[in-house]
Design a protein around this ligand. Structure first.
Ligand code: ZN
Length: 330
């Protein structure tokens, strides 16, 4: 590891960009090879059932697991901590230390007769232990045609590819798709794509595969902070990507925040909010955002949902040590 916590902001930013450049083809390639399970490490266990309902005042929030990917744990996963430290923190929570299981869980919000899906999984574009969202949606009693709105947190492949099947069909044919305007502007800039390193080309291409050809009246960019529907509000949470946005749902005095990739797996990056997962594009901005948002969630006693949190991926954040502990719903 060449990075340590003593690096200043400029160095961290530079390292963040370097991290993206070298970010590993597998991560961002449209084939999403990184979401396949690494050979020789066994197969991750998928949650059964793969959906879980939470009542929040007059609103239903349903966690919908799309799958889990298992990847080897190497030096690259946490950019600014020694592998020994990372393994020690996993071991202290009785978690394996030779691999990381990364779950993918989207959320359906049913509010005022509207069905709003937050992020989309992979559909049939990912590895063999992904692509379960639509089956889990059906198990929860909904069809893809029932989805009125999709809200996208950010444009990484594991969040957007589920909008469109491999053959080009839209998975949720009746949905309006709400996207963070700064995120959309970043990834759809052709000059930026042309100038981007080879390792990011796949991510830019995936954005075009998914969003090109969506009718203008179906693709609705929002400014982070905007209320999209009554009681469903977005917030800027930049850092992991240039325009990542969180979504807060409020009903009858209760609140739930979908934090998307504010952290990757909380066992590492909520417990140690200053650690940077390899996928954070601006590690220092991501670190500051992570602390700010988790502090708010704790102070306001909000329920939380995280895309890469262990299923049911909903629960509470509790202050612990230098960071926070995720307490899943019982
Ligand atoms: Zn993600």
């Amino acid at each position: 590891m060449t990075l340590h916590r003593t690096l200043n902001r400029r160095q961290l930013l530079g390292a963040g960009l370097a991290g993206v450049a070298g970010l590993s083809l597998p991560l961002l390639h449209p084939s999403l090879a990184w979401a396949q399970n690494a050979p020789g490490l066994g197969t991750p266990t998928l949650p059964t059932p793969g959906f879980r309902k939470l009542q929040l005042g007059a609103v239903d929030i349903i966690a919908l697991n799309d799958g889990v990917a298992r990847r080897p744990l190497g030096e690259e996963f946490v950019k600014n901590a020694a592998l020994d430290q990372v393994k020690a923190l996993l071991a202290s929570q009785s978690l394996p230390t030779d691999h990381i299981d990364i779950p993918f869980t989207a959320f359906l919000v049913v509010s005022g007769g509207q069905r709003v899906l937050l992020d989309t999984g992979f559909a049939d574009n990912g590895g063999p232990t992904t692509g379960r969202l639509v089956a889990n949606l059906a198990a929860a009693g909904f069809q893809p045609t029932d989805i009125d709105h999709v809200v996208i947190s950010h444009y990484h492949g594991d969040h957007i590819n589920g909008l469109r099947q491999k053959d080009g069909r839209l998975t949720f044919p009746n949905a309006r798709v709400h996207v963070p305007a700064p995120e959309h502007a970043f990834w759809t800039d052709d000059a930026r794509m042309a100038a981007a390193p080879q390792g990011m080309q796949g991510a830019f291409a995936a954005v075009r595969r998914v969003f090109n050809g969506l009718p203008a009246d179906r693709l609705l960019p929002f400014q982070p902070g905007a209320e999209l529907l009554p009681g469903i509000q977005t917030q800027a949470a930049f850092g992991h990507t240039p325009g990542m946005s969180t979504v807060t749902v409020r009903s009858q005095g209760q609140a739930f925040m979908f934090v998307a990739d504010l952290t990757n797996i909380p066992a590492l990056f909520a417990r140690n909010p200053d650690w940077a997962v390899q996928f954070d594009m601006d590690a220092e901005a991501a670190r500051q955002t992570r602390r700010r948002v988790f502090d708010q969630i704790v102070k306001d006693q909000m329920l939380v949902g995280g895309y890469h949190f262990p299923f049911p991926a909903m629960g509470r954040m509790r202050p612990e040590g230098n960071g926070y502990r995720f307490e899943p719903l019982a």
